[in-house]
Design a protein around this ligand. Structure first.
Ligand code: NAD
Ligand code: ZN
Length: 356
């Protein structure tokens, strides 16, 4: 097992990473709780809920709530249902919420914890590769009909317990989605070996376990370092949005569920590399990255069919942007991210490559 520590405004928490940790959740918590309330989804519950329940001592009251799998559960109504269950079960401020699942559950259960009784402890138990990213850093949110993640908070977990063995049941699409955020961390890190390790994988689902553990650890270390420096996204935390300006526009334009977050981020990174190369007049070996995303089946061609005008419009509406400029995270070289603002016309010009 490996451990990393994340500092924040009110203290710190430990991220524990290892195979089989779901069987020993209570051992990795900073204290014992009278009750734990596990929130999970309908795909994860039959796979891992029993193991997590049984990992608590008999003296702990364990209550559970299973929400439908998928992005739709990051809604006000499911959020409200979680509160209803918490009240019915007598969850109180001596209790802890356990977010058992991918990024959807982490964001939802984390926001329930942030708001229930003005805040109760919560623990992230991520079960997707993508959640190596979403479970660390304390951004929790649900969606509004007018936009994703618009209702939320910065609210830090008391622990992140990442059982890498739970990734064995992920679908090919979820591997692809999660690996995009891993390689994003490699691009932001000043570490060629990390990027080369990502490039060395032939099939994500059969990746060597030691290599996978090493990639997850490095990815979380990058995220942990950045969120420790900048908890509330006033500065360097924005670098984590590498590839996300276009990705958010693609996701919104296609409809969530039509493409995964990570798949959209991979396309967004390809675009960010292209813009970086022309803006800084440098080479980032974009072709290697393109070959990698094509070899792993990232659906890069979807962008050819999306309406360029709509994409641009959505990029200017991104909540990270001020006025109507489009802000992108670019790299002057690997590990050297910078935020650069563009006009709509400049980005339109760069997008032409995809719309010939
Ligand atoms: P997800 O939680 O929907 O999980 C993807 C799918 O995999 C779901 O169908 C889920 O039921 C299933 N699943 C989960 N674990 C499994 C397992 N071990 N075996 C088999 N199936 C499993 O999605 P995700 O990709 O993990 O996360 C996406 C969400 O994360 C988005 O809502 C996004 O906004 C959010 N996010 C948040 C942050 C943050 O910092 N808070 C960062 C990135 C993404
Ligand atoms: Zn992301």
């Amino acid at each position: 097992m490996e451990q990393l520590h994340v500092k924040h405004e009110h203290g710190s928490y430990t991220v524990s990473i290892g195979s089989g940790l779901r069987h020993t959740i209570s051992e990795h918590l900073p204290k014992s709780y009278r009750q734990v309330f596990i929130i999970t989804d309908s795909n994860v519950a039959p796979l891992y809920m029993d193991d997590v329940k049984q990992s608590f001592p008999e003296t702990t009251v364990v209550t559970t709530y299973v929400v439908p799998a998928g992005e739709e559960s990051k809604s006000l109504s499911v959020f409200y249902d979680c509160h209803t269950k918490a009240i019915e079960y007598g969850v109180d401020r001596q209790s802890s919420i356990v977010a058992l699942g991918g990024g959807v559950i982490g964001d939802l259960a984390g926001y329930v914890a942030a708001s229930y009784m003005r805040g109760v402890d919560y623990v992230q138990v991520p079960t997707t590769l993508l959640a190596h990213d979403s479970s660390v850093g304390g951004k929790v949110a649900i969606n509004h009909a007018l936009g994703k993640n618009l209702i939320g908070h910065f609210y830090q977990p008391v622990a992140v317990i990442y059982d890498t063995a739970s990734l064995n049941t992920l679908s090919k699409t979820e591997w692809r989605s999660g690996m995009a955020e891993v390689i994003k961390h490699a691009w932001i890190a000043h570490d060629q070996a990390f990027l080369d390790q990502c490039y060395s994988i032939d099939h994500f689902e059969d990746v060597d376990k030691d290599l996978l553990n090493s990639l997850i650890l490095q990815g979380i270390a990058v995220k942990a370092r950045i969120v420790t420096e900048d908890e509330r996204e006033q500065g360097n935390r924005r670098f984590l949005n590498f590839g996300h300006t276009l990705a958010h526009a693609i996701e919104a334009e296609m409809g969530y569920g039509e493409i995964t977050h990570g798949e959209a981020v991979a396309i967004g990174m390809d675009f960010a590399l292209k813009v970086s190369e022309s803006y800084f007049d440098c080479s980032l070996n974009r072709m290697n990255f393109r070959n990698w995303i094509m070899a792993h089946g990232y659906p890069i061609s979807v962008i050819n069919h999306l309406d360029q005008h709509e994409l641009l419009h959505r990029m200017t509406r991104d909540k990270k942007n001020v006025n109507s400029e489009i802000r992108m995270v670019l790299l002057s070289k690997q590990g050297n991210p910078q935020v650069v603002s563009f006009t709509k016309d400049e980005i339109r010009n760069e997008l032409k490559e995809y719309h010939k």
